[in-house]
Design a protein around this ligand. Sequence first.
Ligand SMILES: C[S@@+](CC[C@H](N)C(=O)[O-])C[C@H]1O[C@@H](n2cnc3c(N)ncnc32)[C@H](O)[C@@H]1O
Length: 307
Amino acid sequence: MLKINDIKNIIEKNSQDLTQEFKRLFHGRGAVYPDWKFLTIDSIDDILSVTFYFECDENTETELFEMLKEFIKTTRHNTIVLQRRYIPKTTAQIIAGELKDNLYVIENGIKIKINLLSNQNSGYFPDMKIGREFVREIAGDKKVLNLFSYTCAFSLFAISGQASSVLNIDMAKGALTTGRANHHLNNLDTKNVSFFPYNILKSFSRIKKNGPYDLIIIDPPTFQKGSFAASRDYEKIIKKLSSLASKDCIILACLNSPDLDSQFIIDIFKEFAPDFEFVKRLENVKEFVAVDDERALKNLVFKKRDA
Ligand SMILES: C[S@@+](CC[C@H](N)C(=O)[O-])C[C@H]1O[C@@H](n2cnc3c(N)ncnc32)[C@H](O)[C@@H]1O
């Protein structure tokens, strides 16, 4: 069993090259350290951001924060903030220092607004870093459709990679408002960026009207009550791809479900979009260590077969 001192060693090792950029220092979620599945520790510039996904016993909590308060004496961090994700609608606890307003993370030079005070999703999904690198690399001159865009992080990377246009779609209006602000924060021109607050499953004809698209990103939740269930609804999107895609279209199909594996996506493409071929699965960020890679994030690339 991993002791507090082992966690200290892990985060010290991961802290050697810290910059302003976001970095995960400890990832318990991947079950590599079974007793610490509840814990993640992130470096966000001068903030050490700790998340508990379920309750930990009082002694462990006290020891952990004693260790972290010592740890930040030697690092760039001034603040420790704790989110207890297992308590609904609670605000974060500031364990040391203070939390400024208008926070953002920096990833590969791009700023993305975050809210560390709520115990909901912060506005930024760090495990998608390699997906966003992929999008920036291939976006040049492409017309991009970003489905389930949330705060439009993919759009920032597509536009900074010279995409010709991006259509962001998410039913959460507030997320799109943050998405627009994220473009402004990075001085990215939004002339060719659109933000549609639609339920995707009910809006295929409007989405089609703005196509065809050269790059389509599909990054849905695994399950969101009343809105989307990957096991049932993912195929509804795949069935529409042929009518949305340009002739050389590339698809980035994402899924972060522990219970649905890569084969689930590959199979629904085979069945419902046979005009696309599977190209590769993108690697996951190395700090997000997981016992079983298939229970972690899957980013699968497909491309339209030559006609
Ligand atoms: C996993 S997040 C997407 C993460 C995002 N792609 C990113 O890069 O940060 C899932 C998003 O799907 C949206 N959503 C869920 N069901 C939807 C639906 N039927 N239509 C449109 N948006 C939906 C939610 O509002 C949420 O913002």
